[in-house]
Design a protein around this ligand. Structure first.
Ligand code: TRP
Length: 335
């Protein structure tokens, strides 16, 4: 298998997955695990930059881990592990840090954002966040990294660190990682608040979380923002209503969507009916995942077993890389 066929992606254990995350990222991972050698991990080292309590770390790692498994990441196909179970990552990070410069790290957009938003906690881990991310990727010598646009600069830095290492030691050891996605991450998943895409930072009620109970999903959809309705046929569709149609595109049948679009066009639409139908289809979509999350979270023995198997598989790939890197650097004891 060439390294171009190796996929790595990390997810930060910050809060729960919502429908937008599912359609934009997780669904891709599920497809990729059948076609590539995939490593998916929970980036718990990265999350330390914001100083979570031990209890927070434990519960949020458990939550995302259960959610990814519930969505269909198959531990027999992909390697799914927890970053801190792989201390080789920390070693490679330290080694790469020697070749990462203060100036370039300070210019990183995500760092500058943090300096602005959390001026009282500008720690070194925040500054070297892109180096840790590069270590995550280079440790498996992955060529493909499924991430969103917001991670493009970090990926570019990973390429810089890989190339710099190669130049310094006159080797072609690391390959360049590149962003990789199927087209379907372009599907638009709007929030329920009437404006913009689904986001957990908007309000509690804006996003549909996969871990929301069916009752809560129904309640959120029924409270979705609408407008006062079309007063005559063929009126332009407002953003609020278009958003509900867009959500229907994801969870309802094409016939259902068409029916409501038609009733909008001839100005006979009833928003109560639209939301009732959307709520029903949304619940049908999310409730099997919701139930699996509950089951998996309750089965700690299973979670522990899957984490252990993942860590072992990741260890194989990571320890090979770190040993080879140590040798290239000159740490091998052959005097
Ligand atoms: N920085 C990524 C994010 O915020 C998470 C991440 C950490 C990651 N290490 C990675 C993604 C390695 C891809 C590959 O979403």
């Amino acid at each position: 298998m060439s390294n171009q066929e190796i996929v790595v992606s990390g997810v930060r254990p910050t809060g729960m997955l919502h429908l937008g995350n599912y359609m934009g990222a997780v669904k891709n991972f599920i497809q990729m695990q059948h076609e590539y050698k995939c490593f998916f991990f929970i980036a718990d080292y990265h999350s330390l930059t914001t100083h979570p309590t031990p209890q927070d770390i434990k519960s949020s790692v458990k939550q995302v881990f259960a959610e990814y498994l519930a969505c269909g990441i198959d531990p027999e196909k992909a390697t799914i592990y927890i970053q801190s179970d792989l201390p080789q990552t920390a070693e490679l990070y330290m080694l790469l840090n020697m070749n990462a410069y203060k100036g370039e790290l300070e210019r990183c957009t995500s760092f500058k954002d943090k300096v602005r938003t959390q001026p009282n906690n500008v720690n070194a881990g925040l500054l070297t966040y892109p180096v840790l991310m590069a270590a995550d990727i280079l440790i498996h010598k992955a060529g493909k990294v499924p991430v969103g646009k917001d991670q493009e600069q970090h990926l570019e830095m990973a390429r810089t660190f890989a190339n710099r290492f190669n130049r310094m030691y006159q080797t072609e050891y690391f390959i360049e990682p590149h962003a990789f996605n199927y087209g379907n991450n372009l599907v638009k998943i709007p929030g329920l608040g009437g404006k913009g895409k689904m986001s957990k930072s908007e309000s509690e009620m804006d996003a549909i979380f996969l871990a929301d109970s069916p009752e809560l999903v129904r309640k959120k959809v029924m409270k979705a923002k609408t407008d006062s309705g079309p007063t005559e046929p063929n009126q332009a569709v407002s953003e609020e209503i278009q958003n509900l149609f867009d959500l229907m595109k994801v969870v309802s049948t094409p016939d259902t969507l068409l029916y409501f679009e038609e009733t909008y066009k001839n100005a006979t639409i009833r928003y109560g009916d639209l939301k009732k139908q959307l709520a029903q289809d949304m619940v049908a979509f999310t409730s099997p995942i919701y139930e699996r999350i509950q089951q998996i979270k309750a089965d700690e023995a299973y979670l522990t077993k899957v984490a252990k198997i993942g860590a072992e598989k990741a260890y194989e790939s990571a320890s090979k890389t770190v040993n080879e890197v140590r040798e290239i650097i000159g740490f091998k004891k052959v005097w």
